[in-house]
Design a protein around this ligand. Sequence first.
Ligand code: ANZ
Length: 849
Amino acid sequence: SKDYDFAAIEPKWQAFWAGHKTYEAKDFEDKPTFYVLDMFPYPSGAGLHIGHPEGYTASDALKRFKKAQGYNVLHPMGWDAFGLPTEQYAIKTGTHPSVTTKQNVARFTEQLNQLGFAYDWGREVNTTDPGYFKWTQWIFKQLFKKGLAYVDEKPVWFCPELGTVLANEEVLNTPEGPRSERGNYPVERRPIRQWVLRITEYAERLIAGLKDLDWPDSTKRLQENWIGRSEGGEVTFDVAGHDAQLTVFTTRPDTLYGATYMVVAPEHPLVGTITTGEQKTEVEAYVEKAKSKSDLERAELAKEKTGVWTGATAINPVNGKEIPIWVADYVLMTYGTGAIMAVPAHDERDFEFAREFGLEIVQVIDDDGAAEKDDSGALTAAYTGPGKLINSGEQSGKDSESAKKAVIEQLAAENRGKATVNFKLRDWLFSRQRYWGEPFPIVWVNESDYAKADDSLKSADRPVSCQIDGETRFALALPDAELPLELPEVESYTPSPDGQSPLSKAEHWLKVYVDPQSGETSTEARDGWIEGIRETNTMPQWAGSCWYYLRYIDPKNSEALIDPEKEKYWGTPDLYIGGAEHAVLHLLYARFWHHVLYDIGVVSDPEPFKKLFHQGIILGEDGEKMSKSRGNVVNPETIIDGYGADALRLYLMFLGPLEAMKPWNTKGIEGIARFLRRVWTLATDESRLTEGEDSEDNLRELHATIKKVTEDYEALGFNTAISQMMICQKQLSSGDKVAKSSVEALLKLLAPLAPHLGEELWERLGHQGSIVEAGWPKHDESKLVSNTVKIIFQVNGKYRGDAELPADHSKEEAIAAAKSSERVQNFIEGKTIKKEIYVPGKIVNIVAV
Ligand code: ANZ
């Protein structure tokens, strides 16, 4: 067809790329490598939404650009396919999650192909494939063996009505408290046996490693805050009338003289010991009530302060003052020591609490009266800034910074304190009581059998143990030969009413006999083998997504997670593109695992993602977040049907800066479609195409465009690159003729974003093979400068016309040109020329009176 028929050409080129393996990444090819990674999708039943093609267009364009420049490019795709929705669908319909996953993956694949995203499908990974999760289990096993995995009772959401544990995503915060998303029933926190990973052992390194990463600042800051490194000290108080001592963590040891009461978390082990008989009933009731609240809720600054006095008091080590010990839920058991010294004059939460319960407020830091006070001189708010110490014994007069150190040193000398660093980061709760996840490669055995087992199956240093059905059990890892440990078939995907995983019902799978030497398992008893039960929890969805970028490098290796030579050849991704919603957890967990893999010699670099880019969210036409309930969802398929994939791709990149949040605008796509049709005409109108050199004007615009587009692509500035290509098209489409070579260069620039159109026109201009193999144009700096300059003519300093003169004109030529211009002549006629001023390359000014 002569016309731009996107519906015909798009499938044609998609088949071409697939058939010719145009974007296959070849290991060890002697070229510079470029690895561009997308955050892989969860293949939901709903198919692609418009946010997917945004980031994926950027990475696809970058890949094509880099390949044209001569790089060996790796751009793979895969599926983060374990997860809740598929599982919920299984619970509802009885369909095995693997069946649903297969269907959803097929649909996603088709949609991605329709958009022209030419991945190296030979490297596709799926986290639910046994060949993939074998290595997820293998990594877990390394963590376990290194002593980085343990089991603990941890509170999880439990819904008595539904008889099941719930994931955080399944719990809604409502005015009546937390409720189940399904059915809207009340939920509560219940302690359940869980696997936990010691990410906290890597806290210091995870903070330090951020420094050299080329990431958005906001994301680095989020990670920093999440890890939350706090320098401070521990201070130990004696409890009056008890043998017990109470140790607190404080970032402000300089305020110790202002501590007027103490608070212990409701879960603090001392609560039972120190609470007096009189206070017992009230304290117990309070402790009970605190159980239903999450840490997040309790730590909220704006929350109303509640608490109860234990009846006990403590002695402030620096001034011997006796201060009451309270129980209050704003102190968390999970941070520091689970107890605080309260300094209401200088801490906002303590201030509110003290006002609520009429506790003493003593100011100990002063900064020339910076603290807010009422007429009577009482503080009206906590003063949290720095200053000089007052009311602080021998420390008075010191500035707060140096006093922090001095107080800790003084306490350390008396064995009552020490400097410490605390992290907000908690160990990572790494299990779910669900079916659709990786089974743990773990078998539980009793204590005497554990003693018989080989060390290679055990956790380093400390045995991992827990209570199962009232018995103490010890964890043994499966040997590598038993991996992958696959999921058993089960009758029901629903967790059991006591909160256990559906796997706990798979009797035939659960009970095994273990060779204590090799760890091999069997369902039948053998001589000298010990009895074991498999772990019934499964891993969280994060597990598979923690390391997929490594597997793309060597997706089919059954002997190792990754071949070290290939790992060295490709290295870590040169660019990672994905949504900012993964700024904290996914990126932190993946970094943690990568550090561990580095420590055990699997990878050669401690940080996985050197350069990170977040695409911005695309809002609905109304400027609101797209959502089904608002009815403002843009469906990529509809746009493709109407305008073609190239138009959609180009438009997504033209909406605004890639990182910006921006509203969709269906009208705007018309302009893009028009542009593509004009490019089509430009390249197919044979009456205008010439074989020779192009005009100077055309060449100037073309080379400016090559320069700008190349720089913009490099910086992911696609919107400005498109604007420049539009200007260039306009120039090349004007005038009688255009050189074919100029049109070809423009097509090469446009092809990364509109690849189908680029390939089709390249072919129609008489070429064979993909346009990407024709290389990337280079701009010629000398073509950028114009050969003429505009000279302004003035008479007595006033503008009287201008003219284009050759760039290498002389002063005399410029003045002559001015004097010969008709308008200038009108103004100097009959006057005497006093002076002729020439500003080189700019102005001729004739002074005439
Ligand atoms: C006395 C004090 C005086 C404090 C003052 C602050 C200001 P970050 O920076 O977040 O580490 N704290 C310690 N453990 C706590 C817990 N388990 N639950 C709730 N609060 C806790 O905060 C450290 C500060 O938070 C500590 O320093 C402590 O209050 C409180 F003018 O100690 B501070």
